[in-house]
Design a protein around this ligand. Sequence first.
Ligand code: ADP
Length: 204
Amino acid sequence: DKEHAARFVDIIKENADRLSRLVEDLLTLSNIELGKVSYDIRDVDVEEAARTVISTLEPKAKAKGISLEVDVEKGVHVLSDKDRLAQILLNLVDNAIKFTEKGSVKIQAQSTPPLPLFGKEGVQGAFVEISLTDTGSGIPPKDIARLGERFYRVDPARSRELGGTGLGLAIVKHLVVSMGGKLSIESEYGKGTRISFTTPKAEN
Ligand code: ADP
């Protein structure tokens, strides 16, 4: 049945690709949890990292008519594993594009002032906050706290349709925490989402 064969082959390929992404994400998550992932922490230029990710995902955003913007404080460097930082940013930007139908996705980064350590001498080291703001679907308040749990999705059918594995944010959360940062999610349902994480700042 030539008419249906091509469509079936497409469906088989799509599902094979999804399974392969799922196996890859499960292996990544399991390796992180088993402490098998080593982090090569060095000085990383945030603007350079952001621009590399943008150039990878620009075609995807363009195809949806979404603008991708970078607003990163000049000369800001962090202490991070370059490849892992790229993996975090790729996941977050990819999600922002996936769940946005019109408008923009913006990467911002700025250093936050060092916090005084109460009762102790000195200050806690400075951090850089990197954030992704989109004008997409937003996330209902009841779901925000549960994002980052493996396989937790707001709309499982939609996520699957978009090719997601439901493990992206769980991986991001682990990587951020393992490299000394914190992940936060703010969202207004129907208006958009801001996902941010902190990472230790490198002194220039
Ligand atoms: P998925 O593979 O489904 O994208 P993730 O772990 O990356 O899995 O994300 C989990 C869920 O979080 C998504 O299915 C979606 O419901 C929600 N989500 C993540 N990022 C966004 C965003 N920028 N806007 C709206 N919802 C989001």
